[in-house]
Ligand binder design. Structure first.
Ligand code: PLP
Length: 452
C-alpha cells in the first residue's frame, strides 16, 4: 500500500494542477492550501491534525452537520439501484418525483411545482429564462428587465453573476448581461445611519428605491425583482423589518414578479423553513440549493408559484431549458433524507426557539467589544462589523484588510469565520448546541482580542 502523502506533497500537487474558485492562484501557491481531510458534527480536521470549528457550515450549506449516516445511506442505496437517469424525453425517477412532492409540502402554500438544477447559479439562470418566458407567453415580451441589488450574490454563471451586484465580478468577463439593473442594498449602517434614519424608516426608503427604478425603467418593461431575504455573501446584511413587506407591496402594485433567492436562507437557517417566511413576504418564485442536501451532493432548483406555473403549464408549450442533472436521482434521494432529518431532529424549531435566541444573546455581549460597531443575528446567521472608533462608529480605512487580519487569527485559533470587507460573518450548522455556541463565541472573542 502506498504511504499517505504529506501535506507538503498535497499542497505541491494542488498548486500544480488545481485552479481554485475565487482565488488569487499565485497567492495560494505561495501559502499552500489548508487541506481538510475529515469532519464530524460541526468540526473539521485538516491533514496536520488540527481540529477546527466550522462556523460557516462549509459554504453555508451543511445544515444537518457532518457525518449524518442517513444521507450517506440514501446516496449508497440510490447509487446501487439507479445511479442516474434523466428527466428529459418524458421520463422520471422515483426520488425526483418524491422530492418534488415533499418540497411542495415544506415550502409556502403558493408553491406546488419545482424545476430542478444542480446549483444556486443554475437556479438563478433558470429564473432569468423562466420569468422572461412567462411574460412572452402572456404577450408582453418587452417585459424583460430584472431588477436586483448592489452587493447581492446570485451565483457565478453569466446570468447569476449579472443578477448579483458584486463589483469585482462585474469587472471581469463582460458583465452584466443586458436587461439586468441594480438598486442600492438595504444596508442601514452604510446608507441610513448617517442620515439619522431609524432602521424602520430606512427600510421603507430602501424599498422605495425599487419603486423609483420600476418607474424609471417603465413598469411595462419590468419582469421581476430578485433578492436574498438576508444578503449572505454580501456580509449578512439583515434588512429592517419594514423592507420586505414594502418591496412586496410595490411589486404587486406594478405586477412585477417577486423572486426570493433562498440558496442560503432556505431549509431552516433563519428559524423558519425559508427566509421569506422570517422576513414576512410571499414570493412568486424561490431559488434554492445548498441546504436542500446539506451540501452532501450538489442539487438546486426553482420553486415555481402558481401564478407562473399556471401560465407555463397551461399556455406555455415546451420550455426549452433544462440540465442533464435536473432531478438527479442520487441528489434527490439525499435531499429526501436530509429534509427527513431536519424534520426528525426538529432543526427549524431548534434554531427558532433555542440556539437562534441563544446566539442573539451571545452576540449582544460581543457588541460591547471595543472592535465591534454592531453585532447582528437572524436565526443562525451572524455578523460583526469591525470599526476603528467605536464611539463614532468610524470605519477602518482598509476595511478588507482588517477583516482579513481577524480571519487570519480565526484560522490559527481553530474557528472558521468569513471576512466580507469589515464584516466578520458566521452561519454554523443548525445542529449546533448551546455549549458549542459558547465554545464558538469564546473563540471569536479571542480572535477579536488578538485583532485589536
Ligand atoms: N445565491 C446565493 C444567495 C448564494 O449565496 C449562492 C452561493 O453562495 C448562489 C446563489 C450560488 O450558488 P452556487 O454556488 O451553488 O452556484
Amino acid at each position: 500500500m502506498n504511504a499517505p502523502r504529506t501535506t507538503a506533497e498535497l499542497q505541491a500537487a494542488d498548486s500544480a494542477h488545481f485552479l481554485h474558485p475565487f482565488t488569487d492562484f499565485q497567492g495560494l501557491a505561495r501559502k499552500g492550501a489548508r487541506i481538510i481531510e475529515r469532519a464530524e458534527n460541526i468540526y473539521l480536521w485538516d491533514t496536520e491534525g488540527h481540529k477546527i470549528l466550522d462556523a460557516m457550515s462549509g459554504l453555508w450549506c451543511v445544515n444537518v452537520g457532518y457525518g449524518q449516516k442517513a444521507l450517506v445511506d440514501a446516496a449508497t442505496k440510490q447509487m446501487q439501484q439507479l445511479p442516474f437517469y434523466n428527466a428529459f424525453f418524458q421520463t422520471a425517477t422515483v426520488p425526483a418525483i418524491e422530492l418534488a412532492e415533499r418540497l411542495a409540502q415544506v415550502t409556502p402554500p403558493q408553491f406546488q411545482h419545482v424545476f430542478f438544477s444542480s446549483s444556486g447559479s443554475e437556479s438563478n439562470d433558470t429564473i432569468v429564462r423562466m420569468v422572461r418566458r412567462y411574460w412572452d407567453v402572456l404577450g408582453q415580451p418587452q417585459r424583460s428587465i430584472i431588477i436586483s441589488r448592489h452587493n447581492a450574490y446570485h451565483g457565478s454563471t453569466m446570468a447569476g453573476a449579472s443578477l448579483g451586484g458584486m463589483i469585482g465580478m462585474h469587472a471581469q468577463g463582460g458583465l452584466p448581461i443586458p436587461g439586468i439593473v441594480h438598486i442600492e442594498q438595504p444596508y442601514w449602517w452604510d446608507h441610513g445611519r448617517e442620515q439619522g434614519l431609524t432602521r424602520e424608516a430606512f427600510g421603507l426608503q430602501a424599498a422605495h428605491w425599487l419603486e423609483e427604478k420600476i418607474l424609471s425603467s417603465g413598469p411595462e418593461n419590468v419582469a421581476a425583482f430578485i433578492g436574498e431575504p438576508i444578503q449572505g455573501a454580501g456580509g449578512v446584511i439583515i434588512p429592517p423589518s419594514t423592507y420586505w413587506p414594502e418591496v412586496q407591496r410595490i411589486c404587486r402594485k406594478y405586477g412585477v414578479l417577486l423572486v426570493s433567492d433562498e440558496v442560503i436562507c432556505g431549509f431552516g437557517r433563519t428559524g423558519q423553513w425559508f427566509g421569506c417566511e422570517t422576513m414576512g413576504f410571499e414570493p412568486d418564485l424561490m431559488t434554492f440549493a445548498k441546504g436542500v442536501t446539506s451540501g452532501y451532493v450538489p442539487l438546486g432548483g426553482v420553486m415555481v408559484g402558481e401564478r407562473v406555473a399556471r401560465v407555463l403549464i397551461e399556455q406555455g408549450g415546451e420550455f426549452n431549458h433544462g440540465y442533464t442533472y435536473s432531478g438527479h436521482p442520487v441528489a434527490c434521494a439525499v435531499a429526501l433524507a436530509n429534509i427527513g432529518l431536519i424534520q426528525e431532529l426538529k432543526l427549524v424549531e431548534h434554531v427558532r426557539e433555542d440556539v437562534g435566541p441563544y446566539l442573539a444573546q451571545a452576540y449582544a455581549q460581543l457588541a460591547e467589544h471595543p472592535l465591534v460597531g454592531e453585532a447582528q443575528t437572524c436565526g443562525l446567521m451572524g455578523a460583526l462589523l469591525l470599526v476603528k472608533d467605536k464611539a463614532r462608529g468610524t470605519a477602518f480605512p482598509e476595511a478588507l484588510a482588517m477583516g482579513m487580519v481577524c480571519r487570519g487569527h480565526c484560522f490559527r485559533e481553530g474557528v472558521i469565520m468569513r471576512a466580507v470587507g469589515d464584516r466578520m460573518i458566521i452561519a454554523p450548522p443548525l445542529v449546533i448546541t448551546r455549549a458549542q455556541i459558547d465554545e464558538m463565541v469564546a473563540l471569536i472573542r479571542r480572535c477579536l482580542d488578538l485583532t485589536l
